[in-house]
Design a protein around this ligand. Structure first.
Ligand code: 5AD
Ligand code: SF4
Length: 434
């Protein structure tokens, strides 16, 4: 009987992909198969995130629970960003943890899994040319990392210290990985990196000069691949070439993530984002102009140290002008190894942060309540991806509306036209039409 792996993933899409790589590597090289049941597992892995909150406390209480529930002889591994920054302290504090594997060391999983007490967390490690075992998200969609690490120094962000310097994965490896997935029936790919549109800045082999726009062009030549998504692009690197390719290329999903972080040029400067309010608006509105169905999602941090009421009004102003389709809102949270810790004296009272967060959420809620019903009566093209227990199926449009309709498993993986009959703030519902 094969050994069983239980894996819990926190955090971003890159962590999801890292977990899939861990799983695929352990299946291929170590004979594991996955289980959803922790009591059955021979190996329990928690893949951690450290971008916000106080994950350390949570990590130790969680692995404490795992330790109580696990069967005799089962191992526990801690992976990901918190593993990177705490390293062997994890084992000192929780000696029942068998190994610690940092976010930049995923290819080493098969080395550490059988060595009690091993810790691999070097942020110098270069996984950029490592060929991971194949791991698809589902039968129709796959995620592919196009770079590791991040060269930016956004002052609030812990990622550069957990994932290290940015290295691009050579284009031929990316294209061949996508080709293999497409040969297995995949029609959509999500390209992942902390900063995808600085792709090509540094390779660790001798790849010639090559940009993100070129990568998009080469990937779109793959026959059978229907949709290309990517996350996250940095607003600073959205040059005209990129925007024109984005608008022109029919395979690129017309939903883009543009992390604003703040609408105030002063705060953007303190965050070291490299762009101003005006630049962001110029890029976003240019894209809106070129692409009528475009949907734009964003990340916003409120109450960054020193954020005044006027700064916050600038953020609301950008929200009102760009009309984001989805906003991931966060209250600033001080993180270890970040420059913003030096601004401790300017930190904003928590209650003010909460008020700003609520105001932003409320503003956006009102916008969606007004805008989503505009979709009623329109017909959209949907890739059906999952079956619901109530006789419905769901999937996404090219510009990433989530759509529900009546249907059965025969529709899975098919593109169908759906006439929208109702809308909530987050999803659409409709009937299949010819
Ligand atoms: N505090 C709050 N939000 C943060 N993010 C990153 N670091 C912090 C922090 N210290 C948010 C940013 C980023 C998203 C992934 O998490 O908005 O885009
Ligand atoms: Fe963090 Fe900025 Fe890099 Fe994004 S671009 S991972 S926010 S440092």
């Amino acid at each position: 009987m094969s050994k069983k792996l239980f894996i819990q993933t926190l955090g971003c899409q890159m962590n999801d992909t890292d977990s899939k790589h861990i799983q695929a590597e352990l299946e291929k090289h170590k004979g594991y198969s996955s289980t959803q049941n922790i009591e059955d597992a021979d190996l329990i892995i928690i893949n951690t995130c450290s971008v916000r909150e106080k994950p350390v406390q949570r990590l130790f209480s969680e692995i404490g629970q795992f330790n109580k529930k696990k069967k005799d002889g089962a191992k526990i591994g801690v992976c990901g960003c918190t593993a990177s920054h705490l390293g062997e302290d994890i084992i000192k504090r929780a000696p029942y943890v068998d190994f610690v594997l940092g976010a930049r060391n995923i290819s080493k999983i098969k080395d550490v899994v059988d060595i009690k007490g091993s810790v691999e967390i070097s942020i110098e490690n270069d996984d950029s040319q490592y060929e991971f075992a194949i791991a698809n998200n589902n039968n129709f969609r796959t995620s592919v990392n196009i770079s590791v690490g991040c060269d930016k120094e956004c002052t609030y962000c812990i990622v550069p210290s957990t994932r290290g310097d940015e290295i691009s994965i050579p284009p031929f490896m990316i294209v061949s990985q996508i080709q293999k997935a497409v040969d297995n029936g995949v029609v959509e790919v999500a390209l992942l990196g902390q900063n995808v549109n600085s792709y090509g800045k540094r390779f660790s082999n001798n790849t010639a000069k090559y940009s993100f726009t070129q990568l998009l062009q080469d990937i779109s030549k793959i026959d059978g691949l229907k949709r290309i998504r990517f996350t996250s692009p940095h607003p600073l690197h959205m040059d005209d070439d990129f925007i024109e390719e984005f608008a022109r290329n029919p395979k690129i999903s017309k939903c883009i993530h543009m992390p604003l972080q703040s609408g105030s040029s002063n705060i953007l400067k303190a965050m070291k984002r490299g762009y101003t309010k005006e630049w962001f608006l110029n890029r976003a509105l240019k894209m809106r102009e070129l692409i009528p169905d475009l949907r734009i999602t964003t990340d916003i941090i409120v109450a960054f140290p020193g954020e005044t009421h006027e700064d916050f009004l600038d953020t609301l102003d950008v929200v009102n002008q760009v009309k984001f389709d989805q906003i991931f809102n966060f209250k600033y949270s001080p993180r270890p190894n970040t420059k913003a810790l030096e601004l401790k004296d300017l930190e904003i009272e928590d209650s003010i942060g909460s008020e700003r967060l609520d105001e932003l959420i409320e503003l956006h809620k009102r916008y969606l309540e007004k805008s989503m019903p505009d979709m009623i009566g329109k017909t959209v093209n949907v890739l059906v991806e999952s079956l619901k227990p109530n006789g419905e199926v769901s999937g996404y449009t090219d510009n990433y509306f989530l759509v529900f309709t009546k249907g059965s498993d025969e529709l899975l993986g098919k593109f169908v036209n759906v006439k929208i009959t109702s809308a909530t703030r987050t999803a659409l519902k409709g009937e299949i039409v010819e």
